[in-house]
Design a protein around this ligand. Structure first.
Ligand SMILES: NC(=O)C1=CN([C@@H]2O[C@H](COP(=O)(O)OP(=O)(O)OC[C@H]3O[C@@H](n4cnc5c(N)ncnc54)[C@H](OP(=O)(O)O)[C@@H]3O)[C@@H](O)[C@H]2O)C=CC1
Ligand SMILES: O=C(O)CCC(=O)C(=O)O
Length: 476
């Protein structure tokens, strides 16, 4: 299968190919992806720049029809797309299908947003003058996406960009070209004018800066690592370009003495290890009060040890492989750093299966303190640590003692503590008796502190990034 670039309405045939392998079975080549370079990015930017005014002038009905078509086709083909996603990225098949469905629902939601327009018509403070406050598209938007949600994240950037009248260039992560290609293939048949959506695959370190620095690109939306995000923010700042970043997390899950043990174990198992822990919203610091600590650790350790690890497409598998060799090495290195720092490691070993893939068992590291590296740095794998605390006040203080602020959770049956935590957790998203990961598509997504920068993604709040506000005064 060839995963080609899509530029100015044409599938490109001139670029070199890069083999893309299945992390569950490295003998399985998923496809050969285009390796775009500076010329491809230049052509894509030129195409988007030319197409942007046409799409900005499109009617709400035209926008609704295109997004509704895309959403319907994704939903109709969610099993097939989910299969490709699981084969390429390593999520289990139910997780892959779930993510594909989420992408379809995102397009459906933003199709509706095309028709639910907002604006204000006001009286001026001066007599006889009318004031209109409206939103206009920002123009050309560069979308740089990571490998861990290879359909949902491109969807939650492309759908609002199109709904609010922008043209886009998608630069997906090198590890997941198949999902990006499959999504753009559907988009290419949705009736959009040529050049409104462009796909350029290639090395991020080579073509990413070209996209970010080009003056014809009006805004950049990025999800990925902190260092890359910071570099993009600096470049955008230098050019006064609009930018939105979603980066790492070191998300705390507080478990209080009065928590329902089964609810707490389920929430932590899901939050820490599902999707192989490769979520920026993963629960990586489990902050547990003394009275429940030993019972909780015993039950969670048993549940984690019983998780079936294996080929992402095999029925009954609950945790697929790590995405690639480099990420696996990083995960295992953090497990050994935690052990050297004095943590007690349960699991966290590389395992071999019949197929040669990047498998490891979930790692639960107990007896840790919040100053250890394992509790300060994002691992991005199936690795969670437990921090023992005396009471709620200490739990909240430890939860907030991090440079990140994406998602934060608490398991408790106390309305008093849940209410206080929702108000005082330093995070963009707070979960009560739920995993820190796994969010809805119709409400804002994003964090505080070092996790995020710029306005929120998803839901109606996405309009803030993909539009600029215009205030018009009229003397009739
Ligand atoms: N918050 C999140 O959702 C995610 C966080 N991460 C974190 O990042 C770590 C590394 O993952 P990785 O995939 O390398 O993350 P990166 O931040 O390097 O990659 C994210 C995206 O940025 C692109 N990119 C890379 N360099 C540049 C650049 N200089 N300018 C513009 N775009 C660029 C990548 O392209 P290419 O793939 O071609 O390099 C990819 O599309 C993980 O271990 C994890 O800690 C990773 C993924 C998602
Ligand atoms: O937890 C989720 O549902 C979304 C997580 C996410 O967006 C990410 O890891 O990048």
């Amino acid at each position: 299968m060839d995963f080609k670039n899509y530029i100015a309405g044409q599938w490109d045939v001139t670029t070199d190919g890069v083999e893309n392998i299945n992390p569950s079975d490295i003998s399985d080549i998923v496809g050969v992806a285009a390796k775009g370079g500076a010329d491809d990015i230049d052509c894509a930017i030129a195409a988007a720049h030319q197409a942007a005014p046409t799409w900005a002038a499109s009617t709400p009905q035209q926008r609704f029809d295109a997004l509704d078509f895309i959403g319907s086709e994704i939903l109709a083909r969610k099993e097939e797309l989910g299969h490709l996603l699981s084969r390429e990225e390593g999520k289990t098949l139910p997780e892959g299908i779930g993510e594909a469905a989420r992408a379809g629902q995102i397009f459906k939601f933003f199709a509706g947003e095309c028709l639910r327009q907002t604006g204000d018509h006001l009286a001026s403070v001066r007599p006889g003058i009318d004031v209109d406050v409206t939103r206009s598209p920002v123009g050309v938007v560069g979308l740089i996406t990571p490998w861990n949600f290879p359909i949902a994240i491109p969807a939650w950037k492309i759908a609002p960009a199109l709904a609010y009248g922008n043209a886009v260039i998608l630069k997906p992560a090198e590890l997941v070209p198949g999902c990006a290609w499959a999504l753009v293939e559907i988009i290419s048949r949705s009736g959009l004018p040529e050049g409104v959506v462009n796909l350029v695959m290639g090395r991020g370190s080579e073509i990413g800066p070209k996209l970010v620095d080009d003056a014809r690109v009006n805004a950049i939306s990025f999800t990925g690592s902190v260092p890359t995000g910071r570099g993009i923010a600096a470049a955008c700042g230098a050019n006064l370009k609009k930018v939105q970043l979603e980066m790492g997390g070191k998300n705390p899950m507080v478990v209080l003495d009065d928590a329902d043990l089964d609810v707490a174990v389920d929430a932590c198992l899901n939050g820490a290890f599902f999707s192989t822990g490769q979520r920026c919203t993963a629960s990586s610091r489990l902050i547990v009060t003394e009275g429940i600590h030993d019972r909780f650790v015993g039950a969670l350790a048993e549940a984690a040890a019983n998780l079936k690890v294996g080929h992402a497409l095999e029925a009954g598998v609950q945790m697929g492989p790590v995405v690639d060799e480099r990420q696996l090495a990083q995960d295992l290195q953090y497990v050994s750093i935690a052990a050297q720092e004095g943590g007690n490691v349960l699991g966290g070993e590389r395992v071999s299966r019949e197929t040669d893939g990047f498998f490891m068992t979930p790692a639960l590291i107990t007896e840790t303190t919040n100053d250890m590296r394992i509790n300060r740095e994002e691992v991005f794998g199936p690795v969670a640590s437990v921090i023992r605390v005396k009471n709620y006040e200490e739990a909240l203080s430890v939860a907030n003692d991090t440079e990140f602020g994406l998602s934060s959770g608490i398991c408790t049956q106390s309305l008093k503590y849940a209410t206080h935590f929702k108000a005082n957790a330093q995070a963009g998203m707070v979960m009560v008796n739920l995993p820190t990961a796994g969010v809805d598509y119709h409400v804002p997504f994003g964090g505080t502190k070092g996790s995020s920068f710029g306005s929120r993604e998803q839901g109606a709040y996405a309009a803030e990034f993909y539009t600029s506000v215009k205030t018009a005064y009229t003397l009739p």
